[in-house]
Write a protein that binds this ligand. Structure first.
Ligand code: PHE
Length: 376
């Protein structure tokens, strides 16, 4: 075989005919616009910082990493289209994303069908990596899952806050919200608590007063709202307008600087679970916070940190894999143990989830403050 032919067939074997030989193209899908734009924006920045670090150290297998990014506008159907385009047209080696579980759920079957590894930095619904009883071979995450997150908040509410009557307000169109509400409910009841009401809304609603009035009538000691920040901030304000003084409780979907901008003091004395806290003195975290601030002029939220970790794990797996085929990379990803991430030590379990502790944060004066860490 002539040299040219050999190179050509190697390129085809690597599915990289559309990609320059000196770089590896990976894909990213995120909500860069829409009601959850900070999710996509923070993830983008975290990945960018990681790619800069990886390339500064020589890249992967002697090649520079490059990222092709698509904005899904916060819509699952757009996330699916972007995933297909990344694989079929851009011929990426691996995909990072999405943040929201509903959108990762739209992408996961496409990753699976095409045997292209997908790492979601922050989708926490169990079904993202597991379709019924079947683990999706090519889909991974670097965060914990909602059965754990729901347990964390249920335990915290019962044991730390010592509350026994909670109302729930969930987002019906959101897989994450529905799942987390159910996991919280199950654990809270198991711990002797009562769910006095369970109401719902749809993302993008502007008026939550009917549901809040109904919840208020049941006299809950706290309201659990496992939604995303834009809706949650509006709900908090309207709850205070109705003179509801209870602490509000939530999950990682609250994580955004916009929560405080929109919600203001309505969120005082509320609590949510999260992936990490920038209050943590751990040098790995403080170093990351400092570098991120220097680069972007803002404090990294948990999506930035998880995105950084996801990109680093992807690079490590591509480096260790015997070649850049989806199969070779996914095998290394599946055996990831003891990876020292910004968000903690990452061990990938048999269901392709990272087993990690969660932190609980208390909001006061438009800022989250570290309260405690709860381990699996
Ligand atoms: N865990 C959320 C989901 O699965 C997304 C999210 C992660 C939001 C981290 C904020 C911070 O939908």
């Amino acid at each position: 075989m002539t040299h040219t032919l050999l190179v050509l067939s190697l390129m085809i074997a690597n599915r990289s005919s559309a990609v320059a030989a000196d770089r590896i193209l990976i894909g990213e899908v995120g909500s860069l616009t829409g009601a959850e734009a900070t999710f996509g924006d923070s993830t983008r920045k975290g990945i960018d910082l990681a790619i800069t670090d990886i390339n500064a150290k020589g890249g992967v297998k002697g090649k520079k990493l490059e990222v092709k990014v698509y904005d899904d506008q916060g819509k699952p159907e757009e996330a699916a289209t972007a995933m297909t385009r990344l694989i079929a047209q851009d011929k990426v080696t691996l995909v990072l994303g999405e943040v929201a579980s509903s959108r990762s759920l739209a992408m996961a079957p496409i990753a699976e069908r095409n045997k292209i590894p997908m790492i979601t930095p922050s989708s926490t619904n169990p079904r993202v990596t597991k379709d019924g009883k079947k683990v999706r071979d090519f889909v991974f995450r670097v965060c914990f899952i909602d059965p754990f997150q729901g347990t964390v908040m249920a335990k915290f509410t019962r044991k730390n806050l010592k509350l026994s009557k909670v109302a729930i307000l969930r987002d019906v169109g959101n897989d994450y919200s529905m799942g987390l509400a159910d996991y919280f409910t199950a654990k809270f009841k198991e711990l002797g608590g009562t769910i006095v009401a369970d109401e719902s809304y749809k993302a993008g609603d502007q008026d939550f007063k009917a549901q809040l009035t109904s919840l208020k009538g049941k006299k809950p000691e706290a309201v659990f709202i496992p939604g995303y920040y834009t809706d949650v901030a509006l709900i908090a304000r309207q709850a205070r307008e109705l003179n509801m003084k209870q602490p509000l409780l939530g999950g990682d979907g609250w994580e955004s600087a916009k929560l405080y901008e929109i919600g203001g003091s309505a969120l005082d004395n509320s609590y949510f679970s999260n992936h990490y806290s920038t209050d943590d003195p751990n040098p790995k975290i403080q170093n990351f916070v400092k570098r991120y601030k220097n680069t972007y002029g803002e404090v990294p939220d948990s999506m930035s940190a998880l995105a950084y970790d996801a990109a680093m794990i992807a690079a490590e797996a591509m480096t260790k894999a015997k070649d850049l085929s989806g199969e070779a990379i996914r095998q290394i990803l599946a055996s990831t143990k003891g990876f020292k991430g910004v968000t903690g030590i990452i061990n990938i379990d048999q269901d392709h989830n990272a087993v990690k502790p969660a932190v609980v944060l208390r909001i006061q004066d438009k800022k989250p403050h570290y309260v405690t860490t709860i381990s699996p």
